[in-house]
Design a protein around this ligand. Structure first.
Ligand SMILES: [Ca+2]
Ligand SMILES: [Ca+2]
Ligand SMILES: [Ca+2]
Length: 151
C-alpha cells in the first residue's frame, strides 16, 4: 500500500515534469483548501480562497468548512459557541439546537440548521437557577414552564 503510494507520487512527479505526457498522466487529482474550488469529495463545504477566514461571520473558514454553530467562533446571531464543548446534555453548556425558528445567518437549506444558544429553561436539562427542567410545554405538571418545581 505504502509502496503503491510512493510509486504514484514518483510517477506523478515525473509525469508533471514532462509536458509531453500531461494528457496521459493519471495522477491522483490534487485538491487544496484555498484554491477557490469547492472540492466536496475532499470534505470541503466552501472555498473562497484568500477570503477563507476565522473572522466572526466569515462565509468560509480556513479549513473550508462553513462558519456556523459548533466552529468555536462567536458568529453573528449566535448567543455562544464553545466548539466541541457545546452540549445539549450537560448543564450550563452552550446548546447546539436544530430549530427552524433559529435559523443560522448562513443559509444552507440542504442541511439542518444548528443554532448556538445559551442553556435555557425548556431545554430539558436542569441548569443554574432552575429547580427543574422537564423540557415540555405543560405548565401545571410537576415542573412549570418557568422551571419551578411543584409538589
Ligand atoms: Ca478547495
Ligand atoms: Ca460559530
Ligand atoms: Ca434548562
Amino acid at each position: 500500500m505504502l509502496n503503491k503510494f510512493f510509486l504514484l507520487v514518483l510517477s506523478c512527479g515525473a509525469c508533471l515534469s514532462l509536458s509531453a505526457c500531461d494528457e496521459e498522466c493519471d495522477c491522483a487529482p490534487t485538491h487544496e483548501c484555498g484554491n477557490q474550488v469547492v472540492e466536496q469529495a475532499y470534505g470541503e463545504e466552501c472555498d473562497l480562497g484568500y477570503m477563507n477566514s476565522f473572522e466572526p461571520g466569515a462565509a468560509c473558514r480556513p479549513d473550508c468548512l462553513r462558519a456556523g454553530c459548533g466552529d468555536g467562533i462567536l458568529d453573528p446571531g449566535e448567543e455562544c459557541d464553545d466548539g466541541t464543548a457545546n452540549s445539549n446534555t450537560l448543564a450550563d453548556s452552550c446548546r447546539q439546537i436544530v430549530n427552524p425558528e433559529y435559523m443560522n445567518y448562513i443559509d444552507t437549506p440542504d442541511e439542518p440548521q444548528y443554532f448556538c444558544r445559551q442553556a435555557f429553561c425548556g431545554d430539558g436539562v436542569v441548569d443554574d437557577q432552575e429547580q427543574c427542567d422537564d423540557g415540555n410545554d405543560i405548565d401545571d405538571d410537576t415542573c412549570t414552564n418557568a422551571c419551578v418545581a411543584l409538589d
